[in-house]
Structure formats: C-alpha cells, structure tokens
Design a protein around this ligand. Structure first.
Ligand code: URA
Length: 441
C-alpha cells in the first residue's frame, strides 16, 4: 500500500477502507508516514469528511496506538467529562468535588492550555504545592479514598493524537468534525472510563461556532462512544462569551471555590450544576431532575467544597489557599479597563478575550513557554450588560506594564458595543445522546 494512493483517494472524495486507515495511523506513529503526507491527508479529510465507519476506525486505531488505561482498580462506575475547550472554563474543578461528594468516583486526566483556551492542569498548579504528576498507584489510591483526583496524563496514552494534534494545530486542520471527534474520543476511550460526558462548546470562543455544527460534532462522538460500549452523552453549552468572570489560572481556581461556596456568577453555576447532574445521571444515581437537586444540595451544604479541600491536600497542595486567596501567587501590576463610550455589550469575540489573557501571561504562545499563575482578567461586563462611558469593563493582572498594554489592546477589540440590547443568550443549546437530540434552546 502507498500513502500517496490513500491521500489521492480521500482527496477525490473516496471512502477509505479499514486497512487504509490502519496503514495511515500505524505508519504515522512509527514514522513511515511523513508529516507532510499526514498533513495532506488531514486537509483532504477537512474538505471531504469521513463517514461514521471511517471516523470510528480512525478513533479506535488512535486509541490503540499507545497504552489503554485499566480503571478496574477504582471502585464504582467511572464517569469522565471532557470539554472541547473554551475560555474561563473551570468546570472540572467544581464538578469533580460535587460528583465525588455524592459517592461517584472521578479519576480524571486533564490537559494543559494551548492557543486561546485554558487547561485544567495549569489552573490546578496555581494552588501552592499541588502536584499533577502522580503515579498510577497513588492516583488510584486517592480516588479510592478521597473520591476524586485530577492529574496529568500517565503512561503513553494515544501517541497518535499527540503527533496528529500538533500537526493539525499548525496546518489549519483542527476544526474538522471527524478529526476532532476521533481526537477526543480516542483519548476518552484509552483513559478507561465506563461512561463519558462531553461538554461541546459552541460560539465565538469555541471550535464549533454554531449550535448546528456543535450538534453534528456531538452526534459523531456519541455514535463512536456507543459503538464501543461506552455510554456517551453530550451537552452543547455556550462559549459565545467566557464562562464566569475569571480568565487566568489562579483567578479561575478562586472562582471555582466561589462556585462551591455558592457565590459565583450565574452562568458558571448553572453550567456546573447541569454537567454534574448529567455525570451523576450517567452513574445511575437518580433521574436527571433529581440529580440537579443533588448537585445543588452539595454546594448548599458545603460538602462539595470540603471534598475539594480533601483532593487538594491529597495531591500535596496547601488547601488553606482555597479560603485565603492571598496565599496564591499575586500579580505584580493591575489595570482597570473602562468603557470609552456608552452602549450595550452586543457581542464578545471570546477567542480574542482568551488571546488577551495569553498576552497577559496566563497562557502559552508555544508549548515551552512558562505561564504566570497570577496573570489574567476579571471581567466586569459581558454580552448583555449595559455600560456607561467610564464604567469598568474588566481588571487586568500581569507581571509588567507592557503586558498590560498588549492585553488591554486585544481585550478592547473583543467587545462590540451597540445602542441596541442583544437577545438573551441561553447557557445550553442541546443534549445529545443515543436517544437523539433534545433541543434546549
Ligand atoms: N480537543 C481535542 O482534544 N482534540 C481536538 O481535535 C479538538 C479539541
């Protein structure tokens, strides 16, 4: 078989056989297929797509390209959650303790931020002393005793995705439904959970800009999960504006704590409750409606916040920081950004908001960059707010004035003010499962 013929077939709109897909994935991991051939095939897939069988085969080949986790050492039904990536998305830090405090184990391997999106590992590492580098035995022990742990990837999980994702990132082939679906689902399947909840983000800060595209991506992933015997549900949630008000690592941990204390912005709290309820439902706790009440109850009675303390301590962190935010690294400089005209915030370019936080030091321009845990943005106004000239839009935090200048310049570009009030934005657009698509907005 020749890679040339595989690329040509897909370029001309053909359907790849299982053998051809195996040849590509195995060859790419072993080095027999070159980066330029893999890039050409990704671009052909970007334009011509893949059917359900091709996408499922690609997913399973990628999942089996490295270690497959066996979570049988952890008691109970393991439900994993995965977000397709967004700005201000700190939901894992809220969900894991809510769900674990109700007896459902959460054994989560998370990732770092790249591009304009943040990553849970970077957020967690802003907690003084906390380690995300935990070996497998200790990881299982923490989950079995505390109920939840969030760690970096252990072992050699899905090397095919590592190579392919880095390649797609620099060849403009990330936002393709079969490529995203296979990338995410291969990692979830290899990570070993029994059930999978997907948070598919939709809007200006997400890969999928419209609910229709997000639903198509969700359907592709649900179909793959069900085909390999892992019940999979997807919620389509809003990323047309950042989630909550905090963007940046320590700032987001503090806002996650506020959520567990019951004093967080409404959009963040509602999104966390809905996601937690779906995880509990997948674990067979109760009906979805009852699970919403259960999740809310764990915030109200403080048990979820206690669980976060326990998890942080088990991972070596100083849990006093969760109550005393002065124990987090502090920013060197800050600046208030104020409106230069009056008007409704009509839209936000959420991706630019994320880019502004990266410019402030909260993210990486390249994988090697160090991040500043204290850098970021506290938004005071999002889409739907009315601003009078001089009103506070956001406060920026960084290590120096030059970063503040750049962050302010980019953040201002993210706001579109108009005299007209925008329509309210729903938090949830749809729920996709094997039973079909439930439109929620
Ligand atoms: N997240 C992933 O893990 N993979 C993609 O392709 C896109 C988002």
């Amino acid at each position: 078989m020749r890679m040339y013929d595989v690329i040509e077939k897909k370029r001309d709109g053909g359907e790849l056989t299982n053998e051809e897909i195996d040849f590509f994935v195995n060859g790419y991991v072993s080095g027999d297929v070159t980066d330029y051939q893999a890039a050409a095939l990704c671009m052909a897939i970007f334009y011509k797509g893949m059917n359900a069988r091709e996408t499922a085969r690609l997913t399973m080949d990628m999942a089996h390209s490295g270690d497959m986790m066996d979570l049988s050492g952890i008691k109970g039904i393991k439900v994993d959650k995965h977000s397709t990536g967004g700005v201000g998305d700190k939901t894992t830090l809220v969900l894991a303790p809510i769900v674990a405090s109700l007896g459902v184990p959460v054994a989560k391997m998370s990732g770092r931020g790249l591009g304009h999106t943040g990553g849970t590992l970077d957020k967690l590492e802003s907690i003084p002393g906390l380690s995300i580098d935990i070996d497998l035995n200790r990881f299982f022990e923490i989950v079995n005793t505390v109920g939840c742990a969030v760690v970096g990837q252990t072992g050699n999980l899905v090397p095919a995705d590592k190579k392919l994702y880095a390649l797609r990132d620099v060849t403009a082939t990330v936002d393709s439904i079969p490529l995203i679906a296979s990338s995410i689902m291969s990692k979830k399947i290899a990570a070993g959970a029994d059930k999978i909840l997907l948070d598919v983000k939709c809007g200006s800060g997400a890969f999928m800009k419209t609910p229709e595209d997000a639903i198509r991506l969700a359907q592709a992933m649900v179909e793959i999960g069900e085909e390999v015997g892992r019940t999979t549900v997807a919620l389509i949630t809003d990323m047309g504006r950042p989630l909550g008000n905090a963007i940046g690592n320590a700032l987001e941990v503090m806002e996650a704590c506020d959520t567990l204390k019951g004093v967080a912005p409404e959009d963040l709290t509602e999104t966390c409750i809905e996601l937690a309820a779906n995880m509990l439902f997948l674990a067979g706790k109760a009906s979805l409606e009852e699970c919403r009440d259960l999740a809310r109850g764990q915030i109200d009675n403080g048990e979820a916040f206690v669980k976060l303390h326990e998890m942080v301590e088990a991972q070596g962190g100083d849990s006093r920081a969760l109550d005393d935010y002065s124990l987090f690294a502090q920013p060197k400089v800050s600046r208030e950004v104020r409106a230069t005209e009056s008007g409704w915030v009509f839209t936000m370019d959420t991706e630019r908001t994320g880019i502004a936080s990266v410019a402030l030091g909260a993210g990486r321009a390249t994988k090697e960059d160090a991040i500043d845990p204290a850098a970021g943005i506290m938004l005071a106004a999002k889409t739907g707010a009315y601003l009078k000239k001089g009103d506070l839009m956001a406060t920026l935090y960084a290590a120096d004035e030059a970063r503040l200048d750049e962050g302010e310049r980019i953040l201002r570009e993210a706001y579109e003010l108009r005299e007209e009030e925008p329509a309210p934005i729903p938090h949830f657009f749809a729920r996709v499962s094997r039973d079909g698509v439930d439109r929620l907005a």
